[in-house]
Design a protein around this ligand. Structure first.
Ligand code: SF4
Ligand code: SF4
Ligand code: FES
Length: 262
């Protein structure tokens, strides 16, 4: 082991990953406890390196699912920062706390029963949206760089189409809601807005309706039975060898050679 590694403090718990001999170790703090981890790891990998196993707070590992919202500070710096643990690289003197869940307002509703004014439905379900004080904390907190305050303003104004588009990249991490002084559950309100805008404001996709009818009529039953009766290795082979859409195919132009299963 190189001298640098010899100098590193012993890990407090676990050391399942063996860093390369020349790895530079950095000090980070996880839930208030000090650890030495190799630099260049994401916060998620650094936490695992330190010996923790994820049962919550980790999902896709690719910045999509929003399960790994994280707050952190640097020692000596008053600023509270935020990011996704699977996307943010751990740095020296980072003091880290993950937020695997935030108890946001999430009222039940049935979109099919909603025939009235969508803006009024938003007001009924999420009255807190209209109490936004425009502080911008949500926008500064969002790891997806979404202008959260702006989509809330669009909601207040009744521009649900604008709010639906502006919030589209939300990964539902909940970090914005955890810091909102008006106690707004921005991401859940935005999800409602995207749903109701999709129901009322977008044309029905004809091909989807057709496919649903085909599924209901049993078109795929025999194919499903055939695959279900295969052994797992053959299913894997079938999957690996399937005809795939090329990565750079022009949208809507590609068709498989065998169209019998469409
Ligand atoms: S809008 Fe809120 S919940 Fe959505 S990604 Fe940004 S911080 Fe997370
Ligand atoms: S944090 Fe809350 S009050 Fe502040 S701008 Fe965002 S939604 Fe409005
Ligand atoms: S684990 Fe899914 S966004 Fe980080």
């Amino acid at each position: 082991m190189a001298d640098d590694c010899k100098k590193a403090k012993t890990l407090a718990t676990g050391d399942r990953t063996i860093p390369p001999p020349d790895a530079k170790m950095i000090t980070i703090y996880i839930m208030g406890r000090e650890y030495q981890v190799p630099e260049t790891l994401t916060i998620m990998k650094a936490i695992e390196y330190a010996g923790y196993s994820y049962t919550r707070g980790c999902g896709c590992r690719g910045g999509i699912c929003g399960a790994c919202g994280t707050f952190y500070r640097f020692l000596g710096d008053y600023r509270l920062r935020s990011g996704l643990a699977c996307q943010t690289v751990a740095e020296e003197n980072m003091v880290i706390m993950q937020l695997p869940f935030f108890p946001a307002n999430r009222p039940g509703y049935d979109l099919e029963q909603m025939t009235g004014d969508a803006h009024e439905e938003l007001r009924r379900l999420y009255p807190e949206v209209f109490k936004c004080v425009g502080c911008g904390t949500c926008t500064r907190t969002c790891p997806m760089d979404i202008d959260v305050m702006d989509y809330i303003a669009l909601m207040k104004r009744g521009d649900l189409k604008g709010a639906a588009h502006k919030s589209f990249d939300c990964v539902m991490c909940g970090l914005c809601a955890s810091r909102c002084p008006a106690q707004i559950s921005q991401f859940n309100a935005a999800m409602f807005v995207r749903r109701i805008y999709g129901k009322n404001g977008l044309p029905v996709a004809g091909h989807l309706a057709k496919r649903v009818e085909e599924v209901k009529a049993g078109k795929y039953e025999s194919m499903l039975k055939e695959v279900s009766s295969m052994n797992p290795e053959d299913v894997k082979k079938l999957y690996v060898e399937r005809e795939r859409e090329p990565d750079m195919a022009e949208a809507g132009k590609w068709m498989p050679k065998d169209t019998s299963k469409l």
